[in-house]
Design a protein around this ligand. Structure first.
Ligand SMILES: Cc1cc2nc3c(=O)[nH]c(=O)nc-3n(C[C@H](O)[C@H](O)[C@H](O)COP(=O)(O)OP(=O)(O)OC[C@H]3O[C@@H](n4cnc5c(N)ncnc54)[C@H](O)[C@@H]3O)c2cc1C
Length: 404
């Protein structure tokens, strides 16, 4: 068994893990990030980089370079319900350098972080390294075991940060069970080609159901929301019925829905909304989806994960640099800082947006918008406030630690 020693071992190279690893290394801490995959190339992952994350990249001095990567900008969120269109969130007046959501494949975002992190002496990313076990000694996590292409690996660390996502192995290993909220919907993801001039609202709830269409240049990435557990019923009804639904939801795309000629082209995402009541154990801290899985509404999962990572580095880098064990009190400060934004955002996703979720697969015709939507039409400040909540989050973090 190969044994490595480091100050901090981060499990998971997603947005939370990569950003935490990068910022800790930037602060002069030794970090090893373990990622079970060989690369970041995974389809149908969160692809939104919100203004809060763009602001952080700007604070790090990399924004011009970052914006060279191919992306599409969204300056407002339009919602069409029962044929009526409103602007639900407007980002234009945000106090941020980039007042828009950048749609960018997540692998590009993660590759960018990995390349930047590689410039710091203390940073190591181990790909193809799957954490299988936490190592506990005297009631404290002191490292992890992993399988790698070069055989088994043991990483000993003063702190393990579990950023291994919504199906966290670390959480299971630690015997922790997050409290779950009833998910508001399930989501099917698929793509359709986009032709020049195609205009499709971002969010539509009308005949055919609830369809989100993300303009990705030469194609649309679609999310089709269905009532929880109804995917088998939809499949049973057959592909022609599915085509009809999507064509009704987005008539502009009716001419190409038959390109979905196999259910293999439709990816079913079971939505999960959960949260750990305690994000830490001695020597172990959970952040990102491992601590709180978000519903897809607002596309805020990546950004909350990134914000957790920033708070973690702000609070723990000075402690890690000092050397020795990181006390649970220090870890509790991360939860104290980040739990409230996660709670508020989940409540917003599950309760406030309830009126937008599909209720019935048979009768899915939304012919009127909830009353509150009229207020968005009439009051621009509401649209700006919503833009601020979605774009910057409930408690935006900033890079407070200078380069070590
Ligand atoms: C289909 C889909 C669409 C989404 N769309 C959006 C969106 O548009 N906008 C948005 O903001 N959010 C979206 N989300 C949610 C968003 O992707 C997550 O909230 C965000 O990625 C969480 O980041 P994370 O780093 O905490 O976890 P993850 O992104 O899940 O990263 C965890 C990482 O840990 C690795 N890992 C897991 N187990 C191990 C192990 N045992 N050993 C080593 N590595 C391990 C995984 O390979 C992964 O790279 C979507 C999620 C899904 C599933």
């Amino acid at each position: 068994m190969r044994v490595e020693r480091t100050r901090c071992c981060v499990v998971g190279g997603g947005p939370a893990g990569m950003m935490a690893g990068l910022l800790l290394a930037r602060q002069g801490c030794e970090v090893i990030v373990l990622e079970k995959h060989a690369d970041f190339l995974r389809d149908f992952r969160g692809d939104t980089v919100h203004p809060s994350t763009l602001e952080l990249i700007a604070e790090l001095g990399w924004i011009e370079e970052f914006l060279q990567l191919p992306h599409a900008k969204m300056r407002e969120v339009t919602v069409s319900i029962g044929g009526r269109q409103i602007t639900f969130a407007d980002f234009r007046r945000l106090p941020a350098r980039c007042p828009y959501i950048a749609f960018m494949p997540q692998w590009d975002f993660l590759d960018f972080l990995a390349n930047k992190a590689a410039g710091y002496a203390g940073f190591r990313l181990m790909r193809d390294a799957r954490m299988t076990e936490l190592i506990a000694e005297g009631g404290r996590t002191v490292g992890v075991r992993a399988t790698t292409t070069q055989g088994p690996l043991e990483v000993r660390a003063d702190l393990v940060i579990a950023a291994d996502g919504r199906h966290s192995t670390a959480r299971e290993q630690a015997g922790l069970e997050p409290a779950r909220s009833a998910p508001p919907m399930d989501v099917l993801w698929f793509r359709l080609p986009r032709r020049q001039g195609d205009q499709v609202p971002f969010f539509q709830n009308g005949r055919g159901g609830v369809l989100i269409s993300i303009d990705r240049g030469d194609y649309f990435q679609h999310a089709y929301a269905i009532p929880v557990g109804d995917y088998p019923k939809l499949r049973e009804a057959g592909l022609p019925a599915f085509h009809e639904r999507i064509g009704a939801a987005a008539p502009a795309l009716a001419d190409r829905v038959t390109l979905i000629d196999d259910w293999e082209k439709v990816h079913d995402l079971t939505v999960r909304v959960d949260r750990l009541s305690r994000w830490h154990r001695p020597g172990l801290l959970f952040i990102g989806d491992a601590a709180h899985a978000m519903a897809p509404a607002g596309g805020v999962g990546i950004n909350l994960a990134v914000q957790d990572a920033v708070a973690t580095a702000n609070l723990l880098a000075p402690v890690l640099r000092r050397g020795g064990e990181v006390s649970e009190n220090e870890l509790a400060k991360v939860q104290a800082r980040r739990e409230w934004p996660a709670k508020v955002t989940q409540a917003f996703q599950v309760r406030v947006l309830r009126g937008l979720y599909p209720k019935d697969l048979i009768d899915d015709t939304a012919d009127h918008a909830p009353l509150v939507f009229d207020a968005f039409r009439a009051l621009p400040p509401l649209r700006h406030a919503m833009g601020r909540f979605i774009g910057l989050g409930a408690r935006p973090e900033h890079i407070t630690q200078p380069l070590a």
